[in-house]
Design a protein around this ligand. Structure first.
Ligand code: F6P
Length: 549
């Protein structure tokens, strides 16, 4: 079925499509299968279920799939009009139907083909970042800026903070810091900085997020007091779509870098939101980040579904979640520089896929986004990997590692890292049977009765799926490709489910309600009534923090 014809059938309810029904039947046969038997029966299984794109290797052979599974998932993608939806996304069409906007983050990394405002903003970012890195920008005392503090939250912080951690040298000058939470983190950071040499970048698409505005005000107070000045505007820059609010705050027009409504916060690291990262890593390296993402975009646009890395990851993710019962998904990196990848993907995936109605407003009849979590594998395997190996929940894992270390060429240590990564995914797949345990224990001299007693406790069930993504090494280019891969993986799931990946009303309500509670927590009389719990919690807090009305 062609993409066009398929898209006309996209209105058919997801669970009534022929492919979905075939997958339900197909899954019933899975209960007797074990991955270690599939590997034993097919020496070519790795070759059959792996591919390279954007410089990355994806080994998806350790997933609960056969070629029939893959074929049915590909058929589902066509029945749901995935190719046409991808074309619309990449062409900047209004795929965000509730807010009537495009979600054109791919335009931010399309080089010379990018819209004029993208290219001019990138040019302005380069001038600003290069001047800061050359020590050419001074504060009110004439001293060069040595510390940058990025004030933002969510998509206005997670992306740049991840990129800085992954790609910027520790000796970067100026040093770049990130503050999201008001209060203690801000106070403690400012205590270590000199106002004369510090510049703040207020990163907020709305320029109204309570936490960020609070931090911006604290920064201004700190500067005015510390510099005994009346105008500290040159110690600020802003990345925002709300030019008026930024101007009212006192940020000069030449220090304003635009955000556009066709770029979602969690998809914005490629835009001016990436400015702190460009300052820390340099504009040439930031260009490499964009290039890596652009390479993955072209792969996503051109590769057929059965050879398309984001499509396969999205479709297999749907198979594991909606058919195999994987309620959460772990992203476990054996590359230290990716320590901030899990929180970044939590926002990307859970704010995009955490929905319960379709684009047409109908209740979704199947699971949407999974809970995403994870961490650094070298620590995980001494902690929660126990649960993934012997627990009762199916938790599909994405393992991510690099062939070469990021900084030095200590390949001996890297061998230890990789051995652990590969061991974890192999054990999840093959397990260790009770019979194998008994053989091992008795071979070691244990009597058969004791070995039989211990075997159930030491056996690993296996048959637990994982992907392994191998980067050549962690560079701006490979990071760009990796992040674009996950953006597109997220879109693939949303397209199959026919949900809007680009709005986030669930978090907008929270922002509003918090604003309405604030006056009471500042000791003012209640403006509205609340549920008994909220009212009691406010009273208790006021009683214990001296702000009783
Ligand atoms: O509350 C959710 C959210 O709007 C995210 O989507 C966004 O990345 C974050 O808050 C910050 O919003 P802003 O950039 O407008 O401060």
């Amino acid at each position: 079925m062609s993409g066009t014809a398929a898209s006309k059938s996209v209105s058919a309810s997801l669970t009534r499509t022929p492919a979905w029904r075939a997958l339900v039947a197909h899954h019933r046969n899975w209960t007797e299968r074990h991955l270690r038997d599939l590997f034993a029966a097919d020496p070519q299984r790795f070759e059959r279920f792996s591919l390279e794109a954007g410089g990355l290797l994806l080994d998806y052979s350790k997933n609960l799939i056969t070629t029939e599974t893959r074929d049915l998932l590909v058929q589902l993608s066509l029945e749901r009009g995935l190719p046409d939806r991808v074309t619309a996304l990449l062409a900047g069409k209004r795929v965000n139907q509730t807010e009537k906007r495009a979600a054109w983050h791919t335009a931010l990394r399309s080089g010379d083909a990018a819209p004029r405002e993208v290219r001019s903003t990138l040019a302005a970012m380069r001038v600003f970042a290069d001047a800061l890195r050359a020590g050419l920008l001074q504060g009110v005392t004439g001293q060069p800026i040595r510390n940058i503090v990025s004030l933002g939250i969510g998509g206005s912080a997670l992306g740049p903070a991840l990129v800085v951690r992954a790609c910027a040298p520790d000796t970067a000058s100026p040093r770049v810091h990130f503050v999201t939470t008001p209060g203690e983190p801000m106070t403690r950071l400012l205590a270590t900085l000199d106002p004369a040499t510090t510049l703040f970048i207020v990163q907020s698409k709305s320029f109204s997020t309570m936490e960020t505005v609070r931090n911006a005000q604290a920064a201004k107070t700190w500067l005015l007091a510390g510099l005994q000045a009346t105008d500290v505007g040159i110690h600020f820059a802003a990345v925002t779509a709300n030019v008026e609010a930024a101007g009212a705050f006192g940020i000069a027009p030449e220090r304003l870098f635009p955000m556009w409504d066709w770029v979602g916060g969690r998809y914005s690291v490629w835009s001016a939101v990436g400015l702190p990262a460009m300052i820390a890593m340099g504009s040439a390296a930031f260009d490499e980040l964009l290039a890596g993402a652009g390479l993955m975009d072209r792969h996503f646009a051109e590769a057929p579904p059965e050879r398309n890395m984001p499509m396969l990851m999205g479709l297999i993710g749907l198979w594991h979640h909606n058919f195999c019962g994987g309620a959460s998904r772990a992203v476990i990196s054996y590359e230290h520089g990716l320590a901030l990848l899990p929180p970044y993907l939590q926002q990307l995936e859970m704010e995009s896929l955490g929905k319960s109605v379709t684009q047409k407003g109908k209740t979704l009849r199947t699971g949407s986004g999974t809970v995403v979590w994870g961490g650094l594998g070298i620590n995980a395997q001494h902690a929660y990997m126990q649960s993934l190996h012997q627990g009762t929940q199916l938790v599909p894992v994405d393992f991510i590692a690099a062939c070469l270390p990021r900084y030095d060429r200590d390949t001996d240590t890297q061998a230890i890292i990789l051995a652990n990564c590969f061991a974890q995914s192999a054990l999840l797949m093959q397990g260790v049977s009770a019979d194998d345990i008994k053989r091992q224990l008795t071979a070691g001299g244990m009597d058969a009765k004791e070995a039989a007693r211990l075997a159930p406790h030491q056996a690993l069930p296996g048959n637990r799926p994982s992907n392994t993504l191998l980067l050549p090494s962690l560079t701006p280019h490979s990071l760009g490709a990796l992040l674009a891969l996950y953006e597109h993986r997220t879109f693939v799931k949303a397209a199959i489910l026919d949900i809007n990946a680009f709005d986030q009303y669930g978090v907008e309500h929270g922002k509003k309600l918090a604003g309405s509670l604030l006056p009471e927590l500042n000791g003012k009389p209640p403006a509205t009534t609340h549920d008994a719990s909220t009212s009691a919690l406010i009273r208790h807090a006021l009683k214990n923090n001296g702000r009783k009305p």
